[in-house]
Design a protein around this ligand. Structure first.
Ligand code: PMP
Length: 431
């Protein structure tokens, strides 16, 4: 079956293309292949499955809609299911946005919500260009793609995203973050910089696909100041960081920054496709029909999403992600001392990255700082994890970062099993 699908589908298909698994059953952290093998799934639908696979409250919510006789397709009409979803969503929004929020259903994917956000801020400001950051990932449609460094069709100015490990300025820490902020400021202040008059700035509070790079809180606050001073709407892309994953319900909450616009998808649909853009009401310049679409009223996704949002909130899963994530990071940090090929370990909550490097690569004499990224070592670690029944994903500018995005329902025992298998896999590659 794997070979037949490989012949039928484009090789461009997503993420898990390297995983030789035909999933047939799943529950929680565990996924079972057609060959009967079971795996611990730390990819979680690329961070979608906040409650893991087939959580009972999610299944129950979906079943309830199916059994109720409610229409499954309703375009954008108001329904009790949609009402329950928006009520739950608004309950979770950061203070400062919650009381003045509007929501626009987009759909069905994160990239659609990114496009909607771009369109909204362009309409609201009358400007066209966008500001985005090095290493960003926002999706695969034209505008989102351009903001991700690809070949899209929106004019995007790319500004430095601060990071400690491979600091673009070679200094890292708060100094690197401050320099990145000043760089942004000076580019915006320079009339000759060629930066288009920006309609908005889009950023990820933690870059996910870019290699799990948490933005320093201070830098986020500076971006808020800089954009506010210039009346540039700030768009937080929380597609991957949202719904408790980083240890707060929304990752911007760590810094106290209140964005003007939030782009949400993945976990908000409780494992089904759902994407929304949430924004402050004064940006709502859209006339009726300005942003239409056939599949924006997915009743099953809204029901699954409402159940997920409520479960995460009521069971304190964001706090749980913070404590469990800190414990896992502490364990993984020790690996940087044990194995020369583990260059860096970083993350926030249950969004964790391990950057594999090549300590044996020849470098110019006197070179300091990190060793070169090692995508081949990361791929080998991924393969060895799979052999041990653990699914992890790769990311980063050079695909040299092993990423963990386990469900927030991960138990202590499961976390230990994940760490054991991962450590063992790294040891086998380093040997
Ligand atoms: N933004 C971020 C931060 C993402 O991580 C992703 C997907 N990984 C997207 C947008 C695009 O979402 P989708 O794949 O659903 O289009």
């Amino acid at each position: 079956m794997l070979r037949r699908q490989a012949a039928r589908e484009s090789a461009a298909r997503t993420y898990a293309r390297a995983l030789p698994i035909v999933p047939v059953r799943a529950r929680g952290l565990t996924i079972e292949g057609a060959d009967g093998r079971r795996y611990l799934d730390c990819l979680s639908g690329a961070g979608t499955l906040a409650l893991g696979h087939n959580h009972p409250v999610v299944l129950e919510a979906i079943r309830k809609v199916l059994d109720s006789g409610a229409p499954l397709h309703v375009l954008d009409l108001a329904t009790p299911v949609k009402d329950a979803f928006t009520t739950e969503l608004f309950r979770t929004l950061p203070p400062g946005l919650a009381d003045r929020a509007r929501v626009q259903f987009c759909g069905p994917a994160g990239t659609d919500a990114v496009e909607a956000a771009f369109k909204l801020v362009r309409a609201a400001t009358g400007r066209t260009g966008m500001l985005a950051f090095t290493g960003a990932y926002h999706g695969m449609t034209a505008g989102a793609l351009e903001a991700s460094g690809g070949a899209g069709d929106v004019r995007v100015a790319r500004l430095p995203y601060p990071q400690d490990y491979r600091c673009p300025f070679g200094i890292g820490g708060e100094h690197g973050a401050e320099l990145a902020a000043r760089w942004t400021e000076s580019v915006l202040d320079d009339a000759k910089s060629g930066v288009p008059s920006p309609a908005g700035m889009i950023l990820e509070p933690v870059q996910g696909e870019g290699g799990v790079i948490p933005a320093p809180d201070e830098w986020l606050r500076r971006m808020r100041e800089i954009t506010a001073a210039r009346s540039i709407p700030l768009i937080a892309d929380e597609v991957q960081t949202g719904v408790g994953r980083t240890g707060r319900f929304w990752a911007v909450e760590h810094s106290g920054v209140v964005p003007d616009v939030m782009v949400l998808s993945k976990a908000i649909g409780g494992s089904l496709p759902l994407a929304v853009v949430v924004y402050r009401d004064d940006l709502d310049v859209w006339q009726p029909g300005a942003h239409a679409g056939t599949f924006r009223g997915n009743q099953l996704a809204m029901a699954a999403g409402a159940a997920t949002l409520a479960y995460v909130r009521q069971n304190g899963l964001a706090e749980r992600a913070a404590t469990l994530g800190a414990r896992m990071l502490a364990h993984l940090h020790r690996l940087t001392e044990e194995f020369a090929c583990v260059g860096d370990v970083r993350g926030r909550g249950l969004m964790i990255g391990i950057e594999m490097v090549n300590p044996e690569a020849t470098r110019p004499p006197g070179a300091t700082g990190p060793h070169p990224p090692a995508p081949s070592i990361a791929t080998a670690v991924q393969r060895e994890c799979l052999r041990r029944g653990l699914i992890v994903e790769l990311g980063g500018r050079h695909a040299g970062v092993v990423r963990l995005l386990p469900p927030l329902t991960l138990t202590d025992e499961q976390a230990d099993a994940v760490l054991d298998r991962l450590t063992d896999a790294i040891a086998s590659v380093a040997a």
